[in-house]
Write a new protein. Structure first.
Length: 238
C-alpha cells in the first residue's frame, strides 16, 4: 500500500513542486490579512492562499455553490488524482473513496448568511447555505466531481482532522474496504469570526510587525499560533 499522488494548495505554493521548493528555501507564507479589515484585531496576520483561481479546477457555476474550503478541497483532489495517474472509471468507482477532514467547515458562508438573515430576514437566506457550510461537504463534492462511489466521510477533530482522515483512509484500504482513497484536510477559516474567536482565547500570535517570524511554536518567545488556510491531499492505493 502506497501514497501514489499528492495535491497541495497553500500559502507557499499551489502545486506540490512549488510548495516543496519553497519549504526547502524556508519561505514563509505568513503576511498581513487582506481578506477583511483586521485593523482592530489583536492579530492581523495569517497564512492566506493567494493567486487561487477556482475556475482552473471547478466549473464556475458549481464553484458558486461551494464555500471556499470546499473549493480548495476540489482543487487539491484534482491535483492529487492527476499526480497519481488515477483513472476512476465505472469499474473502479465503487472501490474508490474519499475521506476529507475539516475542523470548522464553511465558516465564511455561515458568517455571510447570518448577516443576510439579520438584514433581509429568513427569505433572504440562500437555499445552498447548509450544503455549503457543513464540514462533510468537502468529501461529498469531491466524490461527486471525481465519480467516487466508495466510502465517503469526514473527520472533525479540530487541528487533527486531516491527520485522522488520512489514518481512517489508510485503514479502509488496509482492511480491503476500498482499493483507493483520496484523503486529507481542508480549511478556509481566515474570517472575522474565526480570527476573532481565537484572539479572544489569546491563542494567536500578535507579532504583527514581523509576520515572517510569527510562527515559532518551540521558541521561548513564542506568542501563539498563526491561522492558515490550505488543503493537502493524498491518494492511497493498494
Amino acid at each position: 500500500m502506497v501514497i501514489t499522488g499528492v495535491g497541495v494548495i497553500s500559502a507557499i505554493g499551489n502545486d506540490k513542486n512549488e510548495f516543496w521548493n519553497n519549504l526547502l528555501q524556508g519561505k514563509s507564507g505568513i503576511d498581513h490579512i487582506d481578506r477583511f479589515d483586521a485593523s482592530a484585531f489583536p492579530t492581523r496576520i495569517a497564512a492566506q492562499i493567494n493567486d487561487f483561481k477556482v475556475e482552473d479546477y471547478v466549473a464556475r457555476r458549481d464553484a458558486r455553490r461551494m464555500d471556499r474550503f470546499v473549493q480548495f478541497a476540489c482543487a487539491a483532489a484534482r491535483l492529487a488524482v492527476n499526480d497519481a495517474g488515477l483513472v476512476i472509471d465505472p469499474e473502479k468507482a465503487g472501490k474508490t473513496g474519499v475521506w476529507i477532514g475539516s475542523g470548522i467547515g464553511g465558516i465564511e458562508t455561515m458568517e455571510k448568511q447570518h448577516m443576510v438573515l439579520l438584514e433581509k430576514g429568513v427569505g433572504g437566506v440562500s437555499p445552498f447555505f447548509v450544503p455549503m457550510m457543513i464540514p462533510n461537504m468537502a468529501a461529498g463534492q469531491v466524490a461527486i466531481m471525481l465519480g467516487c462511489k466508495g466510502p465517503c466521510a469526514c473527520t472533525v477533530t479540530a487541528c487533527a482532522s486531516a491527520t485522522n482522515s488520512i489514518g481512517e483512509a489508510f485503514q479502509l484500504v488496509q482492511n480491503g474496504k476500498a482499493e483507493a482513497m483520496i484523503c486529507g484536510g481542508t480549511e478556509a477559516s481566515i474570517t472575522p469570526m474565526a480570527i476573532g474567536g481565537f484572539c479572544a482565547m489569546k491563542a494567536m500570535s500578535t507579532l504583527n510587525d514581523e509576520p515572517k517570524k510569527a510562527c515559532k511554536p518551540f521558541d521561548l518567545e513564542r506568542s501563539g499560533f498563526v491561522m492558515g488556510e490550505a488543503p493537502v491531499f493524498w491518494s492511497w492505493r493498494n
